[in-house]
Design a protein around this ligand. Structure first.
Ligand SMILES: [Zn+2]
Length: 357
């Protein structure tokens, strides 16, 4: 039977010292696995270009496990090991894709990957993610102290590290400023739900308030959300995503949230109310999501609590039916007050909608 080989499988082979060239000839490679093999010059096609034999250094030796307290020599051997070199290539490739998709601007955006218990590989400061080289990457400990790398680590690493400390499953995170998702963050709107399945399965989105980028306060506000959310919109700033599988998946989340926000922005201009799928259809998607091990705060919610889009114009309300409690007698004064408040809210809502462009 043919097997599907992902970049993660290749990384695992490298980590365990196996030779990726020993893959069965009928193995189906995912695009990222193909890229990784090409980078490693293990792929047959790369060697077909000339008749030279495969590189003598293969197979890659596994990287010896290190901690932040390992000796300088051990850390350097780890930092220059084939497995970490392959990861550096992958991070640079993701940086290029972030830049090509205009998700980063100037030297903005950063990527962090946990490579051992308390050691993290990350991108440098003041380098465009579109033109980053493997030798630009840095190694830091969980407090952000730089262990290795000729360039200074990103100032926003503190946020990534706070996320990793709070969410032990967080293996890799990507931060950038994709325009459509950032526009939602600037407007303070959490994107509505129940519109596109892929978004529901891959992303669990929350909005963190604004603080100065790179400050411990910003990191804390994001870290407060990572138990239940993997895609955080940072008000007036950008987006950060994380994955428990691999850095590629954290990057995919970025593509998915950005495509989603762009689609909604276009759909909202078509002059028709937007359709949603039903709460029980969302429940099916959440089952798939839970099976994939992705976090989401909506597991176990009642159907009527799902698909609550009240932050999004024109607003889809999901009222939870009040349970009748026979012991409680209706209080006419309280009911009149509730009615008055409801009328006031409705009046305000009406004014907002009339004023909205
Ligand atoms: Zn930023």
């Amino acid at each position: 039977m043919k097997s599907v080989i992902s970049a993660r499988d290749i990384e695992e082979l490298l980590r365990t010292g196996s030779d990726p060239r020993s893959l069965p000839p009928d193995a189906i490679l995912t695009p990222s696995a193909r890229d990784l093999l090409r980078d490693l010059e293990f792929h047959g096609a790369a060697n077909h270009r000339d008749s030279s034999p495969p590189p003598p250094s293969a197979p890659a030796a596994p990287a010896a496990p290190v901690t932040a307290r390992s000796s300088q020599g051990d850390l350097e051997a780890f930092f220059n090991s084939p497995a970490i070199q392959a990861l550096k290539d992958q991070v640079c490739d993701i940086g290029r894709r972030l830049w090509q998709r205009a998700y980063v601007d100037g030297n903005g955006g950063n990527i962090a990957v946990r490579v051992s218990e308390d050691v993290v590989l990350c991108t440098p400061t003041l380098v465009s993610k579109g033109f980053m080289k493997p030798e630009d990457l840095c190694l830091v400990d969980l407090q952000g102290n730089q262990l290795l790398g000729s360039k200074k680590r990103t100032s926003e690493i503190l946020m990534h590290l706070q996320m990793m400390q709070r969410q032990p499953k967080d293996l890799a995170s990507v931060h950038c400023h994709p325009p459509y998702a950032t526009a939602f963050a600037v407007a303070g709107i959490e994107p509505p739900t129940c519109m596109i399945p892929e978004y529901e399965v891959f992303c669990a989105v929350a909005l963190a308030p604004y603080r100065t980028p790179g400050s411990p306060e910003m990191g804390k506000l994001v870290a407060d959300l990572v138990e239940n959310y993997n895609t955080i919109l940072m008000a007036n700033h950008g987006v950060v995503t994380w994955s428990h599988n691999h850095v590629e998946e954290a990057y995919w989340r970025m593509e998915i949230i950005e495509a989603y926000c762009r689609t909604l922005t276009v759909a909202a201009q078509l002059g028709k109310p937007l359709n949603t799928f039903s709460p029980d259809q969302l429940k099916d998607l959440l089952k798939i999501k839970q099976g994939l091990g992705f976090v989401d705060p909506r597991y176990g919610l009642k159907e009527c609590e799902l698909c609550d889009n009240d932050q999004w114009r024109p607003g889809v309300q999901c009222a939870v039916p009040a349970e009748k409690t026979p012991a409680t007698e209706a209080d006419p004064d309280a009911e009149a007050l509730v009615q008055k408040v409801t009328d006031l809210i409705m009046e305000n809502l009406h004014i907002q909608r009339v004023d909205a462009p």
